[in-house]
Design a protein. Structure first.
Length: 412
C-alpha cells in the first residue's frame, strides 16, 4: 500500500493498493514515481500517483537467465531516475542492470552481461598446480570450473558439458527417472600432482548434492565416475563432496568426501568410518598426507586417520558444532604440524586444537558483530609460512578478512 500526505505528514491518503517493497521518485521531476513490488512487477506514475502504468515490460538479453529476468521487483531492487529527463531511469533487479528511455513503459537489460561468479564455499574450491605456478582453477557454484594457465591474466570456462548432463534423464533405480546431475555447479576439485598431468577430479551438482567427475584433458571433456551399487538408487550417490584433494606424495590417491580413490579418480570406494558412523573427510595434512581429518555427520566430532582412511580414532569432541549457519563447517589443517587443526569455538571465534586442548584466538571479539550472528566462516593458512593465517568473516558490513603473522596472537 502506498500513501501520500498534503499537510506535512499529519494525515495520509491511499494512492495505490500494491505490495510495494520500494518507492523511488525522480528528484528533478517529482511527479514521476516508481513502485517496486516485493513479488509484483514495478509500476510507474507520471502524475504524482493519480494514475499508474502497470504493464512495464522487462526485456532480458537472450541466455539461460532469460526465464526469470522478466520483471523489476524484489526488496533488493533499486531505480535511479535521471533528474533532467522524466523518461529515463536505470534500475537494478534480478542481479542485473536495466534502463528505460520511454518513461518506464519498457526496461531493457543494459549490464555488461557478466555479473561475477560465485566461488564455492569450501577450502578446495581453489586448486593450484604444484608444478606450474601459472596454472590454477576456481570451482564456482552454478557456473563450473574456470581455469587459467597465464597466472590469472585470463581464464577459460571448462563446464560446457554440464548443461547436457543436467537436461538428460536416466533411470533413478526405483522405477522413475532422475537428472544425470542435479545441477551444473562445480563446488570443489583438485589437480593430479604430477608434472604436466592434465587430470582433474571435481564435484558437480547442486549446492549440497554433488557427484564426482574426472577429466584427463584439463577440463575440456569430463566423465562421471560414480556408479550405482546393487540396491542403491541414484540419489544415494549424492554427497556434498566439499573436500576433494589428491595425495601430494601418492598422486594416484584422491580423497573426496566420504570416498577414496587409488587410481587417480577413475573409481572410488566408500570409506569405512567404523563405529563412528557416517562422516566425511574435510582436511589433509600437507606435510604428512596419509593423515586426514573427518567430521561426524552432525559436525560435533573430529575424527583422525593416519593411514589414508583405513582406521579412525576420535580426535576431539568439545561439545559444540563446528559450524554456525548451514551444513558448511569451518575447518583447516596446519600445513606443517599434522597434529594442529583449526576450527571455531562455541561462540564462532577462530580456535586451534593441538591434540590436547582448544585455544581461542580472539579475532572475533576484535571484529565484533556477534549481535548479528557474525562468526569465522573460513580459514586459510600459508603453506610456506604456517604462522600466517587468514580468517574470513560471515557478517557483511564489517571488515571481512583478517590476518595474523604470528599464529593467532595478533590480528590485523
Amino acid at each position: 500500500m502506498t500513501n501520500d500526505a498534503l499537510d506535512g505528514g499529519t494525515t495520509f491518503s491511499q494512492l495505490k493498493s500494491y505490495d510495494a517493497a520500494r518507492v523511488f521518485m525522480n528528484p528533478g521531476h517529482p511527479e514521476v514515481l516508481y513502485l517496486v513490488g516485493n513479488y509484483s512487477n514495478a509500476i510507474v506514475s507520471h502524475d504524482g500517483g493519480q494514475s499508474w502504468f502497470e504493464k512495464i515490460k522487462a526485456t532480458a538479453t537472450p541466455g539461460l537467465a532469460r526465464g526469470y529476468k522478466k520483471a523489476i521487483r524484489g526488496e533488493l531492487a533499486g531505480i535511479v531516475a535521471n533528474p533532467k529527463n522524466p523518461d529515463e531511469a536505470v534500475a537494478f533487479s534480478q542481479a542485473t542492470l536495466w534502463k528505460t528511455t520511454d518513461g518506464g513503459k519498457t526496461f531493457k537489460e543494459s549490464s555488461s552481461l557478466f555479473t561475477g561468479y560465485a566461488w564455492a564455499w569450501y577450502n578446495t574450491a581453489l586448486a593450484f598446480d604444484a608444478f606450474d605456478p601459472q596454472r590454477l582453477a576456481f570451482f564456482n557454484l552454478d557456473v563450473g570450473m574456470t581455469l587459467t594457465t597465464t597466472g590469472t591474466d585470463y581464464f577459460v570456462w571448462r563446464n560446457q558439458h554440464a548443461w547436457d548432463w543436467y537436461t538428460t534423464f536416466i533411470d533413478n533405480g526405483k522405477g522413475g527417472t532422475a537428472r544425470r546431475v542435479p545441477w551444473v555447479g562445480t563446488n570443489s576439485g583438485s589437480f593430479q600432482p604430477i608434472p604436466g598431468s592434465q587430470v582433474i577430479v571435481a564435484s558437480i551438482g547442486r549446492y549440497f548434492l554433488t557427484l564426482l567427475m574426472r577429466s584427463e584433458d584439463s577440463g575440456r571433456t569430463w566423465e562421471l565416475v560414480q556408479k550405482r551399487k546393487e540396491g542403491e538408487i541414484y540419489r544415494d550417490l549424492y554427497e556434498m563432496n566439499e573436500f576433494v584433494a589428491f595425495h601430494p606424495k601418492a598422486p594416484n590417491v584422491v580423497y573426496a568426501g566420504n570416498k577414496i580413490s587409488d587410481d587417480a579418480g577413475r573409481t572410488f570406494v566408500d570409506i569405512d568410518f567404523g563405529s563412528f558412523g557416517p562422516a566425511k573427510i574435510l582436511g589433509m595434512s600437507l606435510s604428512q598426507p596419509d593423515t586426514v581429518y573427518a567430521m561426524h555427520i552432525h559436525l560435533l566430532k573430529i575424527l583422525r586417520s593416519d593411514d589414508r582412511g583405513k582406521t579412525w580414532r576420535l580426535y576431539s569432541a568439545p561439545g559444540w558444532q563446528f559450524k554456525k549457519l548451514d551444513r558448511i563447517p569451518t575447518f583447516a589443517v596446519d600445513p606443517v604440524d599434522p597434529d594442529l587443526v583449526y576450527s571455531i569455538d562455541e561462540k564462532g571465534d577462530l580456535a586451534l586444537f593441538d591434540g590436547l586442548r582448544w585455544y581461542s584466538t580472539g579475532v572475533l571479539a576484535q571484529v565484533g558483530g556477534l549481535e548479528v550472528g557474525n562468526f569465522v566462516r573460513t580459514i586459510a593458512i600459508d603453506p610456506n609460512h604456517p604462522e600466517v593465517i587468514y580468517a574470513g568473516m560471515f557478517a557483511s558490513g564489517r571488515s571481512g578478512i583478517w590476518r595474523t603473522i604470528d599464529g593467532g596472537e595478533n590480528w590485523e
